[in-house]
Design a protein around this ligand. Structure first.
Ligand code: SAM
Ligand code: SF4
Length: 332
C-alpha cells in the first residue's frame, strides 16, 4: 500500500526509527551529557510486545523501513524477539548500534535476514576512543566491524567529526575504505540539550570535501548516485572498495525529502529530530485505543524545516535547542 502518513506539506512518511532503550553501555561526549540523563520510569517504557504492536500499526499505515536504535538497542531486554517479529513484516529492517555486542547477534541477524548494520565509530585510535566514549571497548568494536564485513553485511560506519576532538582523523577514515567494503558516513555534529555544541565545532560537508579534494584531487573522487530520501551525499575514491558520505543536517539540511518518524523508548513520536513537541502513543495503546489517528495527527503538524528553526541563527541558538531531548533519548 502507499504511505498514508502525510504531513501538512505533503511529505509522505514510510520510514520509522524506533529507539528501544534510553540506556547505553557507552557515554559518548557529544551524545550523553556529563551529568547523565534522567531516565524514564521503567513502567513508562515500551515493553517488547508494545514495540511490536506499535510497529505493526505503522506498517499497516504504509511504513516500509524500520531501523532500531537507542541508546544502545542491543542491550534492550528481549531484543531478539523484537527482531524476529519485525522481520516477519513486509519491511526492510536495519539497526544502528555502537557495535560492542554485535558478535552475540551474528547468527540471529543472518537467520532473520537483517543486512543493514550501522556501527558508530569516531576514531581509529584506542586512547581517543576511551576519551570520546568514556569506556574501553575499542577492540570489541573493531573486531565486530571485521566480523560483520567478513560475513557480507552492508556496513555503514557513523562518525561524528568534531573540531578539537577527532577532525584530524577525517582522511584516515576515508583511507580506511581503501580495503574495507564499508560506507563511512560523517555526520555533522548537531546541537542537543547539554552537549556543549557550538557552530565552530562543526566540521561541514564543504570542509570534508575540500580536504578530500586536496588529498586525492577531484578527478579521483567519484560522486555516487543519491538514494531516494537518502540523507547522505556519497562519494568513492577511485579504486577503493568502500565509500564515504556526509550527512549535512547542520550546513545543508535535507528536510524537503524527509520521510522519517521517530518513536522514543517511552512510546512517543517525534516528527522531527529537532522538534520539542511529541505525541504519546503508549498511553492510548494501553487504554486499548486505535493509535492510528494519533500517528496521523502527530506527523501532520511537522514543521517545514528542523523543528521550526528556519534560520541558521535560530538553529545555532542554544536556548532553542535546549528544549529538545538529548540524542540518547531520541534515538539518532
Ligand atoms: N548507540 C547507538 C550508536 O551509537 O550507534 C545508536 C544510538 S546513537 C544516538 C545514533 C547515532 O547518533 C550515532 O551514530 C551517533 O554518533 C549519533 N549522534 C549522537 N549524538 C549526536 C550529535 N550530537 N550530533 C550528530 N550525531 C550524533
Ligand atoms: Fe550511546 Fe550511541 Fe549515544 Fe554513544 S552515540 S552514548 S553509543 S547512544
Amino acid at each position: 500500500m502507499t504511505p498514508t502518513i502525510t504531513d501538512q506539506f505533503g511529505r509522505k512518511h514510510d520510514y520509522l526509527r524506533i529507539s528501544l532503550t534510553e540506556r547505553c553501555n557507552l557515554r559518548c561526549v557529544y551524545c550523553m551529557p556529563e551529568n547523565g540523563i534522567e531516565l524514564s520510569e521503567k513502567e513508562n517504557l515500551m515493553t517488547h510486545e508494545e514495540v511490536i504492536s506499535i510497529a505493526k500499526t505503522f506498517v499497516e499505515m504504509g511504513v516500509r523501513k524500520i531501523r532500531l536504535t537507542g541508546g544502545e538497542p542491543l542491550i534492550k531486554k528481549n531484543v531478539e524477539k523484537i527482531i524476529i517479529e519485525l522481520t516477519k513484516l513486509p519491511i526492510n529492517l536495519g539497526i544502528t548500534t555502537n557495535g560492542i555486542l554485535l558478535d552475540n547477534y551474528l547468527e540471529l541477524f543472518k537467520k532473520s535476514g537483517v543486512k543493514d548494520i550501522n556501527i558508530s565509530l569516531d576514531t581509529l585510535k584506542r586512547e581517543k576512543f576511551n576519551s570520546i566514549t568514556r569506556r574501553d571497548y575499542f577492540d570489541r568494536v573493531m573486531n565486530n566491524i571485521n566480523l560483520y564485513e567478513a560475513n557480507g553485511f552492508n556496513i555503514k560506519i557513523n562518525n561524528v567529526l568534531i573540531k578539537g576532538m577527532n577532525e584530524d582523523e577525517m582522511l584516515d577514515f576515508i583511507e580506511f575504505t581503501k580495503n574495507k567494503n564499508v560506507a563511512i558516513r560523517f555526520i555533522e555534529f548537531m546541537p542537543f540539550n547539554g552537549n556543549k555544541w557550538n557552530t565552530e565545532k562543526v566540521v561541514t560537508l564543504n570542509e570534508i570535501l575540500a580536504a578530500a579534494e586536496e588529498r586525492y584531487s577531484s578527478e579521483n573522487i567519484i560522486k555516487l548516485k543519491s538514494k531516494k530520501n537518502g540523507t547522505a551525499k556519497n562519494f568513492q575514491i577511485k579504486g577503493y572498495k568502500g565509500s564515504f558520505g556526509v550527512i549535512s543536517t547542520v550546513s545543508n539540511p535535507f528536510c524537503d525529502s524527509c520521510n522519517r518518524i521517530r518513536l522514543t523508548a517511552n512510546g512517543r513520536i517525534k516528527n522531527c529530530l529537532f522538534s520539542s513537541t511529541e505525541t504519546n502513543l503508549l498511553a492510548p495503546l494501553r487504554e486499548g485505543k486505535n493509535i492510528a489517528p494519533y500517528i496521523l495527527e502527530g506527523v501532520f503538524h511537522k514543521f517545514k524545516t528542523r523543528g521550526g528553526m528556519t534560520s541558521d541563527k535560530d538553529f545555532s541558538d542554544i536556548e532553542k535547542n535546549s528544549n529538545n531531548r538529548t540524542m540518547i533519548t531520541i534515538g539518532g
